[in-house]
Design a protein around this ligand. Structure first.
Ligand SMILES: NC(=O)c1ccc[n+]([C@@H]2O[C@H](COP(=O)([O-])OP(=O)(O)OC[C@H]3O[C@@H](n4cnc5c(N)ncnc54)[C@H](O)[C@@H]3O)[C@@H](O)[C@H]2O)c1
Length: 255
């Protein structure tokens, strides 16, 4: 049976990816710095395990990969880098400590987890790595601190991984969520006015769900995507394409 290793698995999007991966036939390891939440989420997924792991710490990542490998008896077939954090504050007020922590958790972790996974997958000659980026990495939101830079960096790292590890039989892609009604964005969307305004800014006229992201991940991991490598799939209902639709304009002339 195939085995999926999902970081940030104690969170909303990571847990949804775990659910969809199990439905697609994977045994699932949900790993999170909050090991208790990872284990709670795993308890709701058939055959899944939850593990504590800090993705910014190389030894912790290797220990979690070892534990998942021991449990499932194989190197992971799918690794999803979904752990993420943010420090929302105007850039002028950001502390260096916060800036560096966001880069560590969102970008450096992509290198740590990706390299650790690739070293295990390469001898087998197959494997899939999917990095969860953000439309913030495409278009930076005000007050997002290091978040936009970290996600843009992770998208570029995805391309380099595909270039260097594609010849080893690996596929490395990214999924960039838009406005998802869950997890890190839940505090914003608790405000009904913000929800309504954000929905209006999305061509598909709704907020995204964790399952929208999970479905994209499972598609990219599947054989249907076997020739897709080094790609960032934006899953945002068209939001990042809608800048010109949001510009004020005169009403069209009546004929
Ligand atoms: N929710 C959104 O609107 C949205 C939009 C774009 C991108 N994303 C990305 O999706 C991913 C999942 O976010 P979410 O919305 O489900 O948030 P979430 O807070 O529910 O999940 C994030 C998880 O990452 C874990 N985590 C944080 N630091 C960690 C570390 N050092 N080691 C291991 N685990 C760590 C947290 O404990 C948490 O469980 C993140 O990478 C986020 O940047 C989310």
């Amino acid at each position: 049976m195939q085995h999926a290793f999902v970081t940030g698995g104690g969170g909303d999007i990571g847990a949804a990816i775990g659910q969809r991966a199990a439905a697609a036939g994977y045994r699932v390891a949900l790993v999170d710095q909050n090991g208790e939440r990872a284990r709670e989420r795993a308890a709701g997924i058939a055959g899944a395990i939850g593990l504590a792991c800090d993705v910014s710490d190389e030894a912790s990542v290797h220990a979690a990969l070892d534990a998942a490998q021991a449990e499932f008896g194989s190197v992971p077939d799918l690794v999803v880098n979904c752990a993420g954090t943010a420090r929302f504050k105007p850039l002028i007020e950001q502390t260096l400590e916060d800036f560096r922590r966001v880069l560590d958790v969102n970008l450096v972790s992509g290198f740590i987890v990706g390299q650790a996974a690739a070293k295990r997958m390469a001898p087998r000659g197959s494997g899939c790595i999917i990095n969860i980026t953000s439309i913030n990495g495409v278009t930076p939101a005000p007050n997002s601190g290091a978040y936009a830079s970290s996600k843009a960096g992770l998208a570029k790292l995805t391309e380099l991984m595909a270039v260097e590890w594609g010849p080893l039989g690996l596929r490395i892609n990214a999924v960039a969520p838009g406005f998802i009604d869950a997890g890190l964005s839940a505090p914003f969307f608790a405000n009904q006015t913000v929800r309504d305004l954000r929905c209006k800014a999305v061509p598909s006229r709704r907020l995204g769900r964790s399952e929208d992201i999970a479905d994209a991940v499972i598609f990219l991991a599947s054989d249907a995507a076997s020739y897709i490598n080094g790609h960032q799939l934006v899953v945002d209902g068209g939001a990042s394409r809608a800048l010109l639709a949001l510009l004020p304009r005169e009403a069209p002339a009546q004929s």
